[in-house]
Design a binder for this molecule. Structure first.
Ligand SMILES: Cc1ncc(COP(=O)(O)O)c(C=O)c1O
Length: 386
């Protein structure tokens, strides 16, 4: 076993969840997924595919129909993208890993904006990268980017910048102007940008296209930019494992080779479900986003009413990320909340050392009343500690 793998930190989110899984008395908000099942018409598309005997491999890069559907979907939201720039993957996390495998050699410098979902930094470490973290800064419960500090950290020695916006866990989002500045800088330093935009549709500010700002709005087709997407969040399809990459066309052929050696292809009936989801986006995504906004706007004021909590409504994503004053060790407090209060949250230090003292609450709850019940448990637990 490579020492790099042996030394990988286990997920602290899992550590907390393992302590409470299977306990029906725990209100779980620790993982980043909705508790609502995939819409029936998407499930039917997979069933029909299986019934027609579609049980074989597809092209490494995915079904041509799905690549075309993704290209059209992307082009509606952003600048025009052609299907030769699309690779279908087995989920967003697989897309991220493929991108890092394609771009990072052992010893390369990788800059990551943190706090961030730990998979993004772990993947670079698996490839043997030298990881440089640039931290967002919390200002009264909201995390903000020091753009100058980020640009100063990216030099000609930087192979790859990893940035996730809208961000898990903080909800922070890049502005168009920041994306333009980062892109212009990375063009000068020759740095690749790996943009994780899986939460682009889960965005609660007013915009013309209903999306968070995307690097695909500002970049040219041959810029050193790889964008990661997923069906998981905006189509309620976490368990299906389906995502995609938007690449410069010059990378697509080699990405197909890499796909062969990872998963060979995404499963075909899942891809058929993906085609249907994209064709009927308007029947799913706007409803999901409106519901999530309602969840956010229910949870955040309740949390803000607690004296020890510092939190701001996230511009995007599905999380309330909050500081709990008086509790310095997030992992310890998260475990205590499971055991003593019956509420499951993710510890902030799972996402970066600088988020120690913070907790992440996934507010994607079909039953909004669960959020209020969770806050009530937190409130009475806090009261009992005095
Ligand atoms: C920031 C971020 N990127 C990517 C993913 C991957 O999602 P999936 O592999 O389900 O497509 C997640 C899942 O939580 C995420 O939070």
């Amino acid at each position: 076993m490579r020492s790099t793998i042996q030394n990988l930190e286990e997920s602290k989110i899992r550590e907390v969840a393992n302590a409470g899984m299977g306990r029906s008395d725990v209100l779980a908000f620790w993982f980043g997924e909705s508790d609502e099942v995939t819409p029936d018409f998407i499930r039917q598309a997979a069933i029909e595919s299986l019934q027609q005997g579609e049980t074989f491999y597809t092209h490494n890069l995915g079904l041509p129909e799905l690549r075309e559907a993704v290209a059209q979907y992307t082009s509606k939201l952003h600048r025009r993208v052609t299907s030769d720039r699309i690779a279908i993957t087995s989920g967003g996390v697989n897309a991220l890993m493929l991108a890092v495998q394609a771009l990072v050699d052992a010893g390369d410098e990788v800059v990551a904006v943190t706090p961030v979902w730990p998979n993004l930094t772990a993947q670079a470490l698996i490839m043997g990268a030298r990881l440089k973290r640039v931290s967002l800064k919390p200002v009264q419960g909201a995390w903000t980017l020091d753009l100058e500090a980020l640009l100063a950290a990216i030099t000609p020695a930087t192979k790859l910048l990893i940035v996730n916006a809208p961000n898990n866990p903080t909800g922070w989002t890049l502005s168009r102007a920041e994306q333009e500045a980062i892109l212009a800088h990375c063009r000068k330093t020759g740095t690749w940008i790996l943009a994780d935009e899986v939460y682009e549709r889960l965005y609660y500010e007013e915009t013309a296209n209903g999306c968070a700002p995307s690097f695909l709005d500002v970049a040219e087709p041959e810029d050193r930019l790889v964008v990661v997407h997923s069906f998981s969040k905006s189509f309620l399809m976490t368990g299906w494992r389906l995502g995609w990459l938007v690449l410069p066309a010059s990378l697509t052929h080699n990405m197909g080779k890499l796909l062969e050696f990872n998963t060979s292809c995404a499963s075909v009936f899942t891809q058929r479900a993906g085609v249907t989801a994209l064709q009927r986006t308007d029947e799913v995504t706007p409803r999901v986003v409106a519901h999530l906004k309602h969840c956010r706007d229910t949870l955040v004021p309740l949390l803000q009413a607690l004296r020890q909590v510092q939190v701001q409504p996230a511009a995007g994503g599905m999380y309330a990320f909050f500081k709990l004053d008086g509790y310095a060790d997030s992992l310890e407090v998260a475990k205590r909340l499971v055991a003593e209060a019956g509420i499951g949250l993710a510890p902030g230090n799972a996402f970066a050392p600088e988020a120690q003292g913070w907790l992440r609450w996934c507010f994607a709850s079909k039953d909004v009343a669960r959020l209020g019940q969770g806050v009530e448990r937190l409130r009475s637990w806090l009261a009992a500690q005095r």
